[in-house]
Design a protein around this ligand. Structure first.
Ligand code: BGC
Length: 754
């Protein structure tokens, strides 16, 4: 902190200390006064620089993208960007993982220039995509990707994931994480489904809140906490054509009902930064949308933090979206729409345009001040002025066994048993097994993209000591009992005939199909069906008559309807992270009783893609026998090695006043022989409403362990607002009338009265 700011802080503290008004939270006031003091000293150029976020590559020597060993920062580039252009934020790496020491060295150099050589000494805010653990730090803990985490239906596991990720990025000197993704995704073609919590608004909200609680704690300045960045505001997860960053056409009432609530809740829970959707909604690119950013986010939701653009997306208003004739106009539109920080990876042209625009009166100074105020406030809340880099000795648990065990627990709990014909699982350890398929011996297929590198495809940076599915199975039953044939690559037949031959001499086949790691544009696909070669592998092996367990390592639900009848059992593993191989083997051999539940609807046909909370009219068959909603597996599905029997769904009465609580209970008995966890899911349906209602909506859930023979009574309470929807005037409303509660196969009706 510079001497000037320190002096100001001491005086301000003294003044507010003297006030001693117990009614006022003086710490907030002091913080704001400090920001105002700093803002008051800043030139327009310094302010525009604060609003600029460049990538580390803009500060590095040589061809950054080619770097696989060391990155050296370039003094001339740092002087230009950090000192002359006053850039206030730097972000990311994805070419190879830095060790925590390398991170601290590089960020330390950046902070030294920004804090020791600049006029005001404002620290740089470093941001990263640590989306499933500190994935760009070598040796860190890699967790299941967010979709897999959603399949655990365990807010506790989401909280732990958030907390350990924070700890490990802070060990790397990074205080700001572009996570969680709160996009609700009902479009399974989209390549970033695996980065979301799935297709349901309520599940996304609960899991998102828990992850944020773990990441931010009570105070983001703590040594093991960081600031989250909610992504991608708003509607990014719903591209009409399924391609990344492509347009969405969605009535505002649906945006509000399905996509806004997770963000609203996260902001109430203290989220201080939000990244804007790269695409457009209803023809308005989100980066140009005043209504979205200023009126809804900052106005209605009362968001006091700052917004950041997505990668180059202000400039994309020119060439991609064609709503601005040049870059300067794009900057004007975006900043006036409420954008506070521009992620322009390669240079600080944004800042230069902004200075000109303010001088010309095209962007008001008050708008710039508002943005800078928000940014400085976050930097102060993070304690960056006092501690731009934390003491490395504070992180003894970095990459520890203890943290790996937490990732392992999450991997175990995400695994979702979708089929188990004749209880063919768990497998016996006494049998000879063939393991085959593109995902069988790949660490990259377990982790997916954003793993050590952006694309996640490079094998050089894999953690040697972690197990693939094949290795974990070998550990379980001995190498002598396991044969392995690759079978296929992602799309090509490598040696299917060899796999068939090998299948003939074993008792059991485990086929691990999967998706090549990819995110963003490289994750676009032309067909949701699992690649033909992979389907062919299963078809060919099925002809041998040997029982097949199908394990799926998928970023989204790839259609498998042709092969589903050919396999005995199916275990959905999503992208379960570094401990996924171990966890899969534990479930296959019965050392862990699976308890994951699908966080999305798994389609059976490419022409029939709709979410669980569709409307009755979606499946109108008009007497022609077209029962269209016939997915492969339903949202919330997931079997266990034990059986759970539901009974006594209870409502104390059949009519409730709007002001009353609605208590609901149900009994669940473990009628099998094994202890197991069950996720009790409570849905409601509005039977008559002024806007066509969904057939059902998830309202509550509880995951609980039930011992064999034990019966547990689960209690839920609903309130009027849980039955609300967004009406034509874009307002939340609960209409009186008849409703239904549904748990498992049971349902009860009740009446809601004014
Ligand atoms: C992605 C974001 C990510 C950002 C920074 C963008 O291309 O859409 O999710 O946070 O890059 O890496």
């Amino acid at each position: 902190m510079t001497i000037r700011i320190l002096a100001f802080l001491i005086i301000t503290l003294a003044i507010f200390g003297a006030c001693n008004d117990p009614q006022k939270d003086s710490s907030v006031l002091v913080l704001n006064e400090e920001v105002e003091a700093l803002l008051g000293q800043m030139t327009l150029e310094e302010k525009a620089g604060q609003m600029t976020n460049v990538s580390l590559m803009a500060l590095a020597k040589g061809d950054f993208w080619m770097r696989r060993d060391t990155v050296e920062l370039d003094t001339a580039k740092m002087n230009e960007l950090l000192l002359r252009q006053h850039v206030g934020s730097v972000q990311n790496l994805g070419t190879y993982p830095f060790s925590p020491d390398e991170w601290r060295k590089n960020i330390g150099e950046v902070q030294d220039v920004a804090m020791k050589q600049s006029r005001l000494g404002i620290p740089v805010l470093y941001g990263i995509d640590a989306v499933h653990g500190a994935n760009y730090s070598a040796g860190s803990t890699l967790f299941p990707q967010q979709l897999a985490l959603a399949a655990t239906w365990s807010p506790d596991l989401a909280e732990t994931t958030g907390a350990i990720t924070s700890y490990e990025i802070k060990a790397s000197g990074i205080p700001w994480n572009y996570s969680p993704v709160l996009d609700v995704c009902k479009q399974p073609l989209w390549g970033r489904v695996f980065e979301t919590f799935g297709e349901d608004t309520y599940l996304t909200t609960v899991m998102g809140d828990a992850m944020i609680k773990g990441a931010q704690g009570e105070d983001i300045a703590q040594d093991d906490k960081s600031a989250v960045c909610l992504k991608h505001f708003l509607g990014y997860g719903q591209p009409d054509n399924g391609k990344d960053r492509s347009p969405t056409y969605l009535p505002e009432r649906m945006l509000r009902q399905y996509h806004l609530p997770p963000f609203e809740s996260a902001i109430k829970n203290g989220a201080l930064t939000v990244m804007i959707n790269s695409g457009s909604v209803n023809g308005i690119p989100s980066h140009a949308d005043y209504h979205l950013i200023t009126e809804i986010l900052k106005g209605e939701l009362g968001f006091e933090g700052f917004t950041i653009s997505d990668w180059e997306d202000i400039m994309n208003l020119v060439k991609t979206h064609q709503v601005a004739e040049d870059e300067k106009m794009a900057v004007k539109i975006s900043v006036n729409a409420g954008l506070d920080m521009c992620m322009e990876p390669y240079d600080a042209s944004f800042a230069e345009y902004l200075v000109e625009l303010v001088k010309e009166g095209a962007v008001p100074m008050s708008r710039v001040d508002d943005a800078v105020r928000r940014i400085l406030n976050v930097k102060m809340k993070l304690g960056l002025f006092e501690k731009p880099l934390n003491d490395p000795s504070l992180y003894p648990k970095y990459g520890s066994e203890e943290f790996a065990e937490e990732s392992y627990k999450a991997a175990l709990e995400c695994l979702t048993l979708l089929k188990n014909k004749n209880e063919s699982l768990p497998l016996s350890t006494k049998k000879k097994i063939l393991v085959t398929g593109v995902g069988a011996n790949s660490f990259n297929y377990l982790n997916g993209a954003w793993s050590r590198t952006w694309g996640g495809t490079e094998t050089d940076f894999n953690d040697e000591e972690k197990k693939t599915v094949l290795e974990a199975i070998q550990d379980k039953i001995g190498n002598g009992n396991v044969s392995y044939v690759e079978g296929t690559s992602y799309e090509e037949d490598i040696n299917i005939s060899k796999a068939v031959l090998a299948a003939r001499s074993v008792d059991q086949v485990v086929v691990v199909l999967g998706e090549k790691p990819a995110t963003e544009k490289p994750s676009d696909i032309e067909d949701l069906t699992m690649p033909k070669a992979q389907l062919d592998l299963v078809k060919a092996i099925a002809k041998t008559g040997k029982p097949i367990v199908l394990v799926l390592l998928e970023a989204r639900p790839r259609i498998i309807s042709e092969i589903e009848p050919l396999v005995e059992s199916i275990l959905m593993a999503y992208l379960p992270g570094s401990e996924g191989g171990r966890a899969i083997a534990d479930v296959l051999f019965g050392d862990f009783n699976p308890c994951g539940k699908l966080p999305y609807t798994y389609p059976r046909e490419t022409g029939s893609i709709w979410a669980y909370d569709h409307t009755k009219a979606d499946k109108r068959d008009g007497g022609f026998g077209f029962e269209a909603f016939n997915p492969q597996f339903e949202f919330g599905d997931g079997l266990s090695y034990t059986n759970f029997k539901y009974d006594n769904l209870n409502l104390p009465k059949d009519t409730f006043l709007m002001s009353e609580d609605i208590p609901i209970s149900v009994e669940v008995t473990n009628t099998g022989k094994r202890s197991g966890k069950e996720v009790i899911q409570l849905y409601t349906a509005d039977l008559v409403a002024s806007i066509v209602p969904s057939v059902k909506q998830l309202r509550r859930f509880e995951k609980t362990k039930i011992e064999p023979g034990e019966t547990k009574k689960i209690n839920f309470t609903l309130r009027e607002k849980d039955l609300a929807f967004v009406n034509q005037a874009n307002k939340w409303i609960t209409e009186p009338g008849e409703f239904e509660v549904k748990i498992d196969t049971f349902s009860l009706k009740f009446y809601l009265k004014k």
